[in-house]
Design a binder for this molecule. Sequence first.
Ligand code: NDP
Ligand SMILES: CC[C@](O)(C(C)=O)C(=O)O
Ligand code: MG
Ligand code: MG
Length: 337
Amino acid sequence: MSVEIFYDDDADISVIQGRKVAVIGYGSQGHAHALSLRDSGVDVRIGLPETSKSRAKAEEEGLRVLTPAEASAEADLIMILAPDTAQRHIYAKDIAPNLNDGDAIFFGHGFNIRYGLITPPSNVDVAMVAPKGPGHLVRRQFVDGKGVPCLIAIEQDATGTAQALALSYAKAIGGSRAGVIKTTFTEETETDLFGEQAVLCGGASALVQAGFEVLTEAGYAPEVAYFECLHELKLIVDLMYEGGIARMRYSISDTAEFGDLTRGPRVITAAVKEEMKKILTEVQDGTFAREWVAEDDNGRANYRKLQQEGEAHPIEETGKKLRALMSWVDRPITETA
Ligand SMILES: NC(=O)C1=CN([C@@H]2O[C@H](COP(=O)(O)OP(=O)(O)OC[C@H]3O[C@@H](n4cnc5c(N)ncnc54)[C@H](OP(=O)(O)O)[C@@H]3O)[C@@H](O)[C@H]2O)C=CC1
Ligand SMILES: CC[C@](O)(C(C)=O)C(=O)O
Ligand SMILES: [Mg+2]
Ligand SMILES: [Mg+2]
């Protein structure tokens, strides 16, 4: 099935420029959307609790910071970019009481709508603009004149103009420079969760750590193992990004390519693919969502323990030392670009 892809010429920036936008949250995605909306001539305000750590960062950028309730009351488009597990509470307390006919509620990911955690009233537009990339790079690409592709979805079109609004929003954050695909909340949520768990974050991190462990446990230098399994991965993936797996295979040696073709399937075996299918099923049937919401409701103890174990992995210490010697690599993530 082919999809329609929208580019800058398909989106009218004046649509979003005519709205009052509240961005709730000023983290990875929130800062990127807010700053790029502002740079695109949009009237934007930030909604954050009085106690939020993010307030100072937004204020340093000259953004107007209100409470989530005040920002929602003032705005006619509310983009919710707080953590997924917090969104239903913010919605109930701060957003729902401040919704008017024809307002729009926007999401950067479909979790809360897909799993029925938020049910907006029928008199508002409900849409999604989900960048397919980390927020700090969404902002960096925008500043560099590039863009991160976005998915848009319309859950509810109360005004009849929700798609034009979502496209216009995506243009204002640079998404339509790269391409905007129209999808559904269900497709975005399930593919995004699967991708981050099995491939992009979970799969890639586990692969890198396992490769590093195998080499260091066999007595090779951690620095050599780090360069081989982590640092060079970016350079290899850059080639895939530019020209697919074929371009990467064109650039590597034939020795590497023969090893890739014969050994790769021994690492990612049929059993691994079966596990990936189980992970997808847990996403589709809501098992993962229930586990994550319960983990958050119970104070995130297991999450923190796993985070600490990851931070204590020897590859982190080795990497920190080596990256400090490469000024162009250890580029700090900032709230501007
Ligand atoms: N990270 C990413 O690149 C991507 C994220 N998304 C989606 O974007 C959304 C936001 O994720 P992400 O940017 O990672 O979030 P972050 O954790 O980076 O930032 C969350 C922000 O929300 C604020 N916040 C926390 N609680 C509240 C509250 N009660 N009211 C208002 N603001 C609050 C935090 O403030 P404080 O500083 O006080 O904690 C922080 O500024 C999620 O739906 C996520 O799935 C989609 C694509 C990619
Ligand atoms: C890959 C992780 C992601 O889905 C993203 C940056 O797109 C996220 O939720 O952060
Ligand atoms: Mg994603
Ligand atoms: Mg995600």
